[in-house]
Design a protein around this ligand. Sequence first.
Ligand code: SAM
Length: 323
Amino acid sequence: PGGGSSTVAVQATNDDATASKLSCVTKGYIYDDFVHLFVRRSVKRAPIINRGYYARWATMRMLLLQFLESDLPNASGPSPKKQILSLGAGFDTTFFQLVAEGRAPHKFVELDFLEVTKKKAMMIATKEVLLSKLGPGKPEIDAGKEGIVSERYSLLPCDLRNLKDLDDAFAKAELDAKLPTLIFAECVLIYMDPAASRKVVKWCADKFESAAFVIYEQIHPDDAFGQQMLKNLESRGCPLLGLHDTPTLESKERRFTDLGWQRAVAMDMDAIYHQQLDPVDRRRIERLEIFDEFEEWNIMQAHYCVAYGVKDDTGVFYKFGFS
Ligand code: SAM
């Protein structure tokens, strides 16, 4: 798989996501003590974008905490060590936030294109507040700062279209196939050729004995809003290559169950917002800004979804997922 301008454009979507998260933090939608360290120029997003990022963040956070707090059925001893693997992690700060909250898992591994991991490694290596979160032990940061390997956090270059890269990263980060693992890919697989993203989904199912794979991405390319969404990203040089392959909730679920996952659930963000998120927090954020784009809000949210597949040979995921 080649690089080229589209690869650069896909990486730019990461800068966009990071800037949007900072906008949400500034307005009080979400908390994140570290995202400002990864943004060069802060921007103010429209209320509808802030609300959308809030919904995305709150959903991912809910699933993340479910995983971290999960126990084996009838467990009496301590819960097993856990791992998180973030595919196309960009400048995501979840690891640092979890450390600050005293909730970091045994291992947290982030993968992205070399150009992205290089920048992120550089930022981490030069900021004590981030660097100090990597402990215990001395992190291995290579001279060219292409990535980081430490006992609990690894940031490694990987083109997800090459399974060899994935295998190498798995080994280098010393991931353990037996430990319960949460994998997430937020707005990542959708930019990949469907054949390549399928291979990633299958690779994860084959690799881990007990795992959940959570994705956040677009659906419904065919109506007016969907067409616009496709056109917007295409004109920025990052077409949503996967959207026609998995255009519906059912097809997102099927991708998991066809490729080695035992159960799968997909729900659109409109339903998640109303049915899954904490209503008290929802009311709180709804008061933050004047908001009158109700019709567009509902349409927009119906074009994004969270889907997950679960493969659980140990039982640790027995309560995992939407209610
Ligand atoms: N997941 C992060 C988040 O939610 O903030 C970043 C999302 S950004 C929209 C998409 C990320 O996926 C970019 O950082 C991009 O570099 C990465 N990505 C896309 N295709 C990839 C590939 N084939 N291999 C590795 N990373 C990829």
